[in-house]
Design a protein around this ligand. Structure first.
Ligand code: CA
Length: 231
């Protein structure tokens, strides 16, 4: 499917950049490399790659700044971005997701993980999220957005307005990681103030009500939540 896609790798550590490039090329991807944020940004604007692997720790212009710049430029705002982060840099991961990265990989990583993530993110971009009126089916879970009905293995489940919205946001994009702030933003409807803690409580209630499908909502430690890709 994506074997001729071009991937731009922005990483100042040349051994890591070469390892990624070698493995992507072996899988049939075309790879371009940039050793600094500035170079990455200019190559992204010039060549419009199909996907960007972007290290956060770059000298001078760091990966988060590059990500912000890409997302604020109309030409590049739709290019999928996978961030590379050091292990345990949860703050960076959360910030990265909030400035528009699609996914992240923590170092050290295996080449297989890189390939799998690249394919998964490219696939998500090819299959756009379900439109508003559509129903979502995921394993034993069915969500009818129009009728605002949810069922597990065919049995209807009663959800509150907020629980429904939260479930729907997660379910239309299985596999995508959402930070708590992103979930809060997607639920905000004017008067209600929602906190991080409230999101955790809502998710706990949702999991309970979803019973056999409760584990479909996965906790991404230190970051947020996502709907499983493989129910
Ligand atoms: Ca680096």
């Amino acid at each position: 499917m994506s074997s001729k896609s071009t991937i731009l790798v922005v990483e100042d550590e040349s051994d890591i950049a070469e390892l990624i490039a070698y493995n992507l090329e072996r899988e049939g991807f075309k790879v371009e490399s940039a050793l600094s944020g500035e170079e990455g940004l200019s190559k992204a604007r010039k060549n419009l790659p199909d996907l960007i692997i972007l290290d956060i720790m770059l000298p001078e212009m760091n990966g988060l700044d590059v990500c912000r710049a890409l997302r604020s430029d109309q030409a590049t705002q739709r290019i999928p971005i996978i961030m590379l982060t050091a292990r345990n840099e949860d703050i960076d991961i959360v910030t990265g997701l909030e400035v528009g990265a699609d996914d992240y990989i923590t170092k050290p990583f295996s080449p297989r993980v890189i390939i799998a993530r690249v394919r998964s993110v490219l696939r998500r971009y090819k299959e756009p999220a379900a439109s508003k009126s559509e129903s979502v089916r995921l394993g034993e879970l069915t969500i009818d957005q129009g009728k605002r009905r949810v069922s597990v293995s065919g049995a209807p489940i009663e959800l509150t307005h907020t629980e429904f919205e939260l479930l729907y946001v997660l379910a239309v994009r299985p596999g995508w990681v959402f930070s708590r702030t992103q979930l809060i933003d997607s639920l905000r409807d004017g008067q209600m103030v929602i906190t991080d803690r409230a999101i955790d409580v809502q998710v706990a209630n949702l999991r309970k009500k979803l019973a056999a499908c409760g584990h479909y909502i996965e906790t991404v430690r230190g970051v947020g939540y996502r709907m499983t890709e493989t129910p």
